[in-house]
Design a protein around this ligand. Structure first.
Ligand code: AHR
Length: 333
């Protein structure tokens, strides 16, 4: 009898705790349903819309952002847009509805952001652009842009080529693998490279097409280039991954990458650096994906209402084959 009373008392106590937990969790759901996405534990909530997972660079960038958020005590809401602008706009609208403290995103393309950025501004949520910028004329729609100078990366790639080919007597045929159409790094790297080689009539871009920053895209487009053009001297790929995909096409066509065709890329992720150290690539202009710690710092500052610089440029370098051999053992990504 005594035992039974103890059991039923325990059961009642358990039921009370369970229903309290249920009410608590329903209240939490209600908060987020009604837009209470901002955490009430004093943590800053950052909504981040990532471009996708198209390249080694992107994977390293995502890791950097997630690790930095955890280290900085920032509650991160992360969305992968799978290279689609409509997914990014949807994610940003969700973050606005959830009333996050700060929104950050890396825009898949440059144009078409004014409406959603205005919605964030009207909701009083500061926006930070990371990695890629937008072409909005109204600069008050975002607080700052943290990322690389893509024009400079293209220019550094072009200047290296000009130096290498300065004694070439005949025409030097160049093919170019661009990033996804409309993306800032595709537009800007093309521009910088074109400007750097412009004064040298020997250096001619004979074909230029998007490979979408992916290995598969780089391989497929390079196959077409090789079929259509019997003499290709140089490949300029807007990132390592497209260059790595192109290596397969070049080898399959019976040519020796790095010798028959000079290969220049951008990024300097581990696989790209390995190809450079192995003599399959010839030159890489670096683009650093390690933006996480700076992003968390900026998010805290803009949330606190502090002034931040309108533009923060990432520090970067370039690599030759010899420099890649030296740098590889310590390369983190
Ligand atoms: O925006 C940065 C670019 O995007 C990187 O160079 C490329 O690898 C990525 O996909």
């Amino acid at each position: 009898m005594g035992k039974m009373r103890t059991h039923s008392a325990r059961w009642r106590a358990g039921a009370v705790i369970a229903s309290a937990l249920l009410v608590g969790s329903m209240a939490a759901c209600g908060n987020s349903d009604t837009g209470g996405g901002s955490s009430d534990d004093g943590k800053l909530t950052l909504g981040f819309s990532q471009v996708g997972a198209e390249s080694g660079w992107r994977t390293a960038n995502t890791t950097s952002i997630k690790e930095a958020a955890a280290a900085a005590g920032v509650e991160l809401k992360f969305d992968d847009a799978q290279q689609k602008q409509e997914n990014q706009i949807k994610a940003i609208r969700n973050y606005i509805q959830q009333k996050v403290d700060v929104i950050a995103f890396s825009p898949v393309v440059e144009s078409g952001w004014d409406t959603v950025l205005k919605e964030a501004k009207d909701a009083d949520i500061p926006v930070i652009l990371t990695d890629r910028s937008v072409d909005s004329a109204d600069k008050s729609l975002y607080k700052t842009f943290l990322g690389s100078d893509f024009v400079k990366e293209g220019r550094l790639a072009g200047e290296w080529l000009v130096e290498q080919k300065k004694t070439a007597s005949g025409p030097v045929n160049i093919v170019e693998l661009q990033g996804n159409t409309g993306a800032a790094p595709a537009n800007d790297r093309k521009k910088g490279f074109g400007e750097a080689i412009a004064a040298n009539p020997n250096l001619k871009i004979i074909a230029s097409q998007p490979g979408d920053f992916t290995r598969a895209g780089g391989k497929a487009v390079m196959e077409q280039f090789l079929k259509a053009n019997p003499k290709i001297d140089v490949l300029f790929a807007h990132n390592d991954d497209m260059g790595l995909g192109a290596l397969e096409a070049i080898t399959a066509a019976g040519k020796v990458p790095g010798k028959d065709i000079t290969i220049i890329t951008v990024d300097a992720v581990k696989d790209g650096m390995q190809a450079l150290a192995d003599g399959k690539f010839n030159f890489i202009a670096e683009c650093s994906p390690l933006l996480g710690p700076q992003l968390m710092d900026l998010a805290k500052k803009v949330h606190a209402g502090e002034e931040v610089p309108a533009r923060i440029e990432t520090e970067e370098t370039t690599f030759t084959q010899e420099q890649a051999k030296e740098a590889l053992p310590n390369r983190k990504y």
